[in-house]
Design a protein around this ligand. Structure first.
Ligand code: GLU
Length: 340
């Protein structure tokens, strides 16, 4: 039987750390080290391993992920595994999903427990990711599944996966949809298929966003009694601050504290402002239930863009990508609208 060709691209993260002389974990392992720690891989696939970088995912940038997407798009292979840190995995996987249209599995995986600990999860996650990439059902549905994350024997859609805990082994979840599949023994058990239409529409509008320049997007999480000083600062200092868009982590079904509603409205006149549910499991937001100046009806009328079911971190990724692609306000609103 011909084994699938799988490319492993290593970016860094806990999965690629090793202890320094003081015992502190530092980036250091490359893709070959990760593969050498999992001898079972050779029986499953014809592996090509490449170290792209050795950085923590908290220090990755949009430009690096755009370059990675171009690299993945050009690979002649049957599947791609990206290894990285867990901190921004929910964002990088979603960005790759927006940028890539491929008929092969593209999977992001990582580790919560570092290689110096008893029972690190990196080797098991890498093995699981390769198993998933080689699975016939996954390969047959690769385009519909889009970019996936594999953690702790579960497979998640990039648009749905979140890091729900900073340290626990079972840190990842898809609160809105649940996993796409589970790995049991050596079998992949399909559980669901993602709703793909919003991503397909976004891809059609985005075109080749990789050629665009970085477009910084601010993320403001709205808490009890937020006075809006940061929104005021964005209004006063728009040019020198350099933000090109704003995501508001909105209360409830799409509300802001009443005292800052006029500021949010003014901000939406000068920058694209996306409302995205701050509630743990994400949206969708309401559209037409509550009245009053800080309600979803008034804010939508005032031109704030509705983030649908996307959580704030994912809304920020989508807004940056839309701006990078040069989309105007109406096109951005149309892209977000498809997410509910
Ligand atoms: N903060 C580091 C990173 O995201 C380590 C976290 C991890 O990999 O789990 O790369």
């Amino acid at each position: 039987m011909i084994k699938p060709r799988i490319n492993i691209l290593a970016l860094g993260g806990t999965i690629a750390t090793r202890p320094d002389a003081s015992g502190a974990m530092q980036m250091g392992l490359g893709a070959d080290d990760l593969v050498a720690a999992v001898p079972e891989l050779a029986a499953l696939a014809d592996i090509t391993a490449e170290t792209v970088s050795k950085v923590g995912s908290h220090s990755l940038g949009f430009d690096q992920i755009h370059a990675l997407a171009v690299r993945i798009a050009g690979l002649d292979t049957d599947g791609v595994i990206v290894t990285q840190g867990t901190d921004t995995l929910e964002e990088t996987a979603f960005l790759l999903d927006l940028l890539l249209v491929r008929d092969i599995p593209v999977i992001v995986t990582a580790a919560m427990r570092n290689p110096a600990l008893t029972s690190p999860d990196g080797p098991g996650n890498l093995l699981a990711a390769v198993r998933v990439a080689c699975d016939p059902w996954i390969r047959a549905h690769a385009r519909v599944l889009g970019v996936m994350a594999v953690m702790l024997d579960e497979v998640y859609a990039a648009a749905d996966v979140v890091k729900a805990h900073p340290t626990r082994l079972n840190a990842f979840a898809a609160p809105q949809s649940g996993p796409l599949a589970a790995l049991v023994e050596d079998r992949i058990v399909p559980l669901s298929r993602p709703v793909r239409e919003p991503i397909t529409l976004a891809q059609a509008r985005l075109g080749d966003a990789s050629h665009g320049k970085a477009q910084p997007v601010a993320l403001l999480w709205l808490g009890l009694d937020e006075p809006g000083f940061l929104v005021q600062a964005l209004l006063d200092g728009r040019d020198h601050l350099g933000y090109r868009g704003v995501v508001l982590g909105a209360m409830g079904g799409g509300h802001v504290p009443e005292r800052m509603a006029p500021l949010a409205t003014r901000l939406a006149e000068v920058l694209p402002v996306v409302m995205s549910a701050r509630a743990g499991a994400g949206g969708p937001l309401l559209r037409q239930t509550y009245g009053g100046p800080s309600s979803e009806i008034a804010l939508r009328k005032a031109g704030l863009i509705w983030g649908g079911r996307l959580q704030p971190l994912k809304a920020r990724v989508l807004l940056e990508t839309c701006l990078r692609a040069g989309l105007g306000r109406a096109a951005i609103a149309e892209v977000f609208d498809a997410f509910g």
